[in-house]
Design a protein around this ligand. Structure first.
Ligand SMILES: Nc1nc2c(ncn2[C@@H]2O[C@H](COP(=O)(O)OP(=O)(O)OP(=O)(O)O)[C@@H](O)[C@H]2O)c(=O)[nH]1
Ligand SMILES: [Mg+2]
Length: 378
């Protein structure tokens, strides 16, 4: 039986983990390496999973809790990719509010499943804009109009960095040379255990260097973070979490789905601003069953415009919608805002809609299946 290399990708909400995995999976496929992907979320109905389905990449979803609280679910997903599709490489993205991956996932995988899996280094993806919230510059005053991430959520983001084997300063395309040098130097000083690389998962710059670093890295999972689970639980619980699926129909024929997406996301944006709620990541995906195209909208900050990518085939009269929202507010308030925004956007564009599923929750206390207090030799 074959052995698969498992590459775990961590990092805070919206840092670019899925974008990185989509690009890496395409690069592995180009080289003829069989690749599988595991996605992870607190609830089913994930935008990220749908991307990989659309792209024809074998994907398994572990939903209902983070990897560390469902280690056996993760192992099942890895085993089906290893034996079912003979995946040589498996990329696994943990939930953006998850940390302590080295102690709870990497060490038990190394010890208990060494015949089945080679555990690659833990890559933690960072968004430069979020980095300034996690380590606010001392000389810059707070902007009273911009809500700040809950301090326990900041704690999670810092712990993610503390356990990284490789730190990926993503969204390099948004940085000028001076900021790039400053942030890279800051990360090297703050996380001396990690190899620091800058890249753009979106345009591909720096991807080859990362793949080379994965191949050349010895001692994956070489560091355990010291995590206070009370603070960790508080940081997770600060976020409202919503996954919704709906079907939309344009009764008069082809719908203007881009316009719908703009109306829907602008209404969401206004509501989050009015509530002064800190946005972790809000993702919207529209697609037509059986068709490879999709339209996506993402926002990773309060008041920041949603970025729209892709498009739907001309003439589409009926589409599917997924909304994944992680925002610092109560799950009930988040549910009300999403449903109201959907109603308003559909009414404005004369669309019919039916909500197929909707989960809104606040993540429970993390209770890992395993938690090692020592590093296992590979
Ligand atoms: N400019 C720029 N944007 C990027 C880059 N990588 C990702 N993004 C954007 O950042 C947003 C979030 O990207 P995702 O890949 O969904 O982030 P994630 O870490 O998987 O998010 P969660 O699954 O919610 O934790 C999207 O709008 C991406 O297009 C990059 O290299 N440059
Ligand atoms: Mg993702």
């Amino acid at each position: 039986m074959n052995t698969s290399t498992v590459i775990l990708i961590g990092g805070f909400l919206g840092a670019g983990k899925t974008t990185l995995m989509r690009r890496a999976a395409a690069m592995f496929a180009d080289r003829g390496q069989k690749t599988g992907v595991v996605t992870n979320d607190q609830a089913a109905g994930m935008v990220d999973t749908r991307f990989f389905i659309q792209e024809g990449i074998p994907v398994r979803e572990v939903s209902g809790s983070c990897f560390c609280c469902n280690f056996n679910g993760l192992v099942d997903a890895l085993q089906t990719l290893r034996s079912g599709v003979s995946a040589e490489v498996i990329l696994a993205e943990s939930v953006g509010s998850c940390t302590d991956i080295s102690a709870t996932i990497m060490q038990p995988l190394k010890e208990k499943y060494r015949r089945d899996f080679i555990v690659g280094p833990l890559s933690v993806v960072l968004d430069p804009a979020r980095l300034s919230e996690v380590f606010p510059p001392p000389d810059v005053p707070d902007n009273p109009l911009l809500p700040r991430l809950h301090e326990s959520a900041v704690y999670i983001a810092r712990k993610q960095m503390e356990e990284a084997d490789i730190l990926l300063l993503n969204k390099k395309d948004t940085l000028d040379a001076e900021d790039l040098d400053r942030l890279t130097a800051f990360l090297r000083k703050t996380c001396p255990q990690a190899r620091v690389l800058a890249l753009s998962a979106l345009n591909g710059e720096g991807m080859e260097e990362w793949l080379a670093a994965l191949r050349g890295h010895a001692g994956a999972g070489g560091r355990l973070a010291q995590v206070d689970y009370d603070v960790y639980a508080e940081g997770e619980a600060a976020l409202g979490w919503l996954n919704a699926a709906a079907r939309l129909k344009a009764p008069a024929g082809a719908g203007d789905w881009r316009h719908f997406c703009e109306c829907f996301t602008q209404t969401l944006n206004r509501a989050f601003q009015e509530e002064k709620a800190c946005v972790g990541h809000v993702k919207v995906l529209l697609w037509v069953e059986g068709c490879p195209q999709s339209l996506t909208a993402n926002s990773v900050s309060t008041g920041g415009l949603f970025s729209l990518h892709g498009g739907l085939p001309a003439g589409a009269a009926e589409v599917d919608l997924l909304v994944n929202a992680r925002v610092e507010m109560s799950p009930d308030a988040l549910r009300r805002i999403v449903l109201r925004s959907l109603n308003e956007a559909c009414a404005a564009l004369r669309l019919e809609h039916s909500v197929l599923s909707l989960d809104s929750l606040s993540p429970g206390r993390p209770e890992p299946t395993w938690r090692y207090d020592r590093v296992i030799e590979a």
